[in-house]
Design a protein around this ligand. Structure first.
Ligand SMILES: [Zn+2]
Length: 68
């Protein structure tokens, strides 16, 4: 992937903030409480690289080693 990622809003070069972990899948609310036993199986941790625009504050996420 290109190191110089530019902002889709103002075209400034984005700063790499770092890797953030996101939890995906699973259930929330009542259903989550009721099925707390098995819904854990659906949860995955997804690490995304976060870039922030120093100019307008826009934030973009990329999969590490992902899109070219
Ligand atoms: Zn921007």
């Amino acid at each position: 992937m290109n190191d110089r990622v530019t902002c889709t809003h103002c075209n400034a070069v984005l700063d790499l903030v770092g890797e953030e972990d996101f939890r995906t899948g699973g259930h929330t609310g009542m259903a989550g409480a009721l099925f707390a036993g098995w819904n854990q199986l659906d949860i995955e941790i997804l690490a995304l690289q976060m870039y922030r625009c120093p100019q307008c504050g826009h934030v973009e996420f990329f999969l590490p080693g992902g899109a070219t």
